[in-house]
Design a protein around this ligand. Sequence first.
Ligand code: VG1
Ligand code: CO
Length: 551
Amino acid sequence: MSELLTLPTRPFADQRPGTSGLRKKVAVFRQPRYLENFVQSIFDSLTGFAGGTLVVGGDGRFHNDVAIQTIVRMAAANGFGRVLVGRAGILSTPAASCVVRARAAFGAVILSASHNPGGPDGDFGIKFNTANGGPAPEKITEAIWRRSERIERYLTIAHADIDLATIGITALGETTVEVFDPVAEYADLLAGLFDFPAMARLVQGGAFRMRFDAMHAVTGPYAEEIFVRRLGAPPKSVVAATPLADFGGGHPDPNPIYASELMAAMFAADAPDFGAASDGDGDRNMIVGRRFVVTPSDSLAVLAANAHLVPGYAKGLKGIARSMPTSRAADRVAAALGVACHETPTGWKFFANLLDAGLATICGEESAGTGSDHVREKDGVWAVLFWLNVLAARPGESVEAIVRDHWRRFGRDIYSRHDYEGIDAAAANALIADLRAQLATLPGRSFARGEGSSATVVGADDFAYTDPVDGSVTTQQGIRIVFDDDARIVFRLSGTGTEGATLRIYLERFEPDPAKQGVETQAALASLVAIADRIAGVRERTGRSAPSVMT
Ligand code: VG1
Ligand code: CO
């Protein structure tokens, strides 16, 4: 019997979870007791787990292995009956969600800072998912934070590290620790949703080539199992497939800036037909056709509009949900299908209630997150498979042709997000506070849009959300400014960064006329960018003449 230890500790003042768990620099997490405090605060905020099952895993980034050993010992000391750990500590965020549901676990501790860079100087993160497989709702994350402000002790046991490399079962005191294959159950779940025989014919046929870039993050083993072993795509279809502690020095954020190798391949003369990438923890997706990038908001709408072609969704969608800053393209599909489109705050935790209640089947965010009710997280590999299934069901049509056809049918929501990363936090807060102060006076104001035209503000608010299932209210989720021509600007501050503040400005305007839908995105949004600057003083307050990233 391993010795149970109750060790004294003192609170840290900075353990309030953000959009998706607690994210900090690795150096912060390596402080003595920092991780222990947060993990104990999770357990102290919950009841009913005695003898239950906890799933533990992460995206393989630096410090993942050390943190897992600590969490396993603490879970045993706190009375979990069984701890399931992905082999080598690997478990993508959607796979963790899948395993929680499949094994009827109490919840999961997932170690990831998602798309943030890793390594000793990079970022680390931790989040808790509940028994439905979804991110803990705010009620719980706020309770964890309040607990972390008062914590005085944590529980652990004296026990050597367990062997994470080998599948098997170890007894840790009265707790059973099972190291399991992190891929198999998840791959089985996905195989049941899609038309794998048709997709196998597509990827094996020789005429069609795909390239999936795992960016040396967690999806490599998943992609090799699913695309190569199960669907039979040539092995070279999956690149950067080995998870590395520092992601090979890269930035595992699947967008045209950071996925530059994929972009180069997809814009080369001999480009494959279909390109895709995922992020650090495997919940995001980027979809690229030959010399054509699919905007995440468009991808959500295209998948929803083509869901009838996919076996797991052929019986129809119960509804669609999108985060508020995501473009309204999905709303147009929902209207055509005659189902509701729910608008939630940013972050996947708001979708779980809708999915549990059967109010939505497909959800998405403009930040390259798409998913469905098969799990309670966004799911990068799922989105790639969905696209492959649609391509297999629409033979001869390219990714670009499918998107352009979609625009012709529904209109095009021209969309871009401009990020100002690592700006001064006080300046960022002042910018948002000043926008809030303008909300009452903005409606009715007109702004020049070039070529003699102007746009008048018809609505301005700070987005607040009342959960239709549990009635909980979440306020201050982003400043929305809507114009009379249906254009929209949204301002919000990121809740996932670890340095200063990141201002996100979301710009969109609707183009129903097929003859005008071919415009270049940034050019089409330039007048809105100018209006955003006039309203918010972006350049002056951030001290930047241009965004750090445009997606
Ligand atoms: C960002 C995205 C948001 C996403 C969140 C977590 O949050 O905007 O859509 O849900 O990251 O995704 P923020 O607060 O920085 O805008 V992940 O893949 O980083 O877990
Ligand atoms: Co992620």
